[in-house]
Design a protein around this ligand. Structure first.
Ligand SMILES: [Zn+2]
Length: 250
């Protein structure tokens, strides 16, 4: 068996993403985190933006075309993008304009969190910054790279924002995630076809969904290369706009 087969590389195209979204719509009512009841049948469609707001926008447009509203969790402390730069702010605001919800993707390792009060403060501080970027109030948060220590905070809300890892969401709601670019537990297509989870939280990361079939490593490299190409073009345009030379050896 090749890696392409074992890790289902071909699942992770934007064309197949649309197909999976249609499958989800056929099986489930898609809800937001502030619109959940414990007994009903529904699915939550969640994205954590670890690498690229631009890649998030590509999925957001597909969802918009399919009439789906999702929740996008923005990381303020990513190693891979600056949530406050103009490109990111424009992308995040377009997510909102497309009808999606913006939540906070909180890296607990960036804060000293020993008590619920500490977590309240961390969530509130970052949610205020993100609200100023997104132009809307932030009503939910998800942990980035959650540890056992952070998952002990399993209350429904902190600083008034819904916790996507609340105890009941973990115990009473099925879960399917594409972390690291493959299906570590269940394959999303199987989960959606079976429809056996009365309630389901689907977590996808936009970085893993590309136009072409690629390995997970290639997908990350492409995101980084595209970002660098954009940044170089931005620099060249900046110099040109100010009538300066972009001096090289030749
Ligand atoms: Zn994350």
């Amino acid at each position: 068996v090749t890696n392409a087969e074992r890790y289902h590389f071909a699942d992770f195209t934007r064309t197949n993403y649309r197909a999976l979204l249609r499958l989800a719509k056929a099986t489930y009512t898609l809800r937001g985190f502030d619109d959940l009841d414990r007994a009903g049948a529904w699915a939550i469609w969640r994205h954590d933006i670890d690498f690229s707001p631009a890649a998030a926008l590509a999925l957001a447009r597909i969802e918009h075309e399919e009439g789906v509203r999702a929740t996008y969790f923005v990381l303020l402390r990513s190693e891979f993008y600056n949530a406050l730069d103009a490109r990111s702010v424009a992308a995040i605001r377009e997510l909102v304009a497309l009808g999606h919800t913006v939540g906070l993707h909180l890296d607990p390792s960036a804060h000293a969190i020993a008590t619920a009060d500490d977590l309240d403060r961390a969530v509130d501080d970052e949610a205020r910054i993100l609200a100023s970027i997104a132009g809307v109030e932030i009503t939910a948060f998800s942990f980035h790279n959650p540890t056992e220590a952070s998952l002990r905070f399993d209350g429904e809300r902190y600083a008034g924002r819904v916790n996507t890892y609340a105890r009941w969401l973990r115990d009473d709601v099925g879960y399917c995630s594409d972390s690291n670019g493959y299906w570590r537990h269940r394959r999303l297509e199987d989960v959606l076809r079976a429809g056996a989870d009365p309630r389901l939280q689907v977590l996808t990361h936009p970085v893993w969904w590309q136009d072409e079939v690629m390995s997970p490593r290639q997908r990350v490299w492409k995101i980084l290369d595209d970002h660098t190409a954009d940044t170089k073009a931005f620099y060249a345009a900046l110099l040109a706009r100010h009538g300066r030379d972009n001096v090289d050896w030749e």
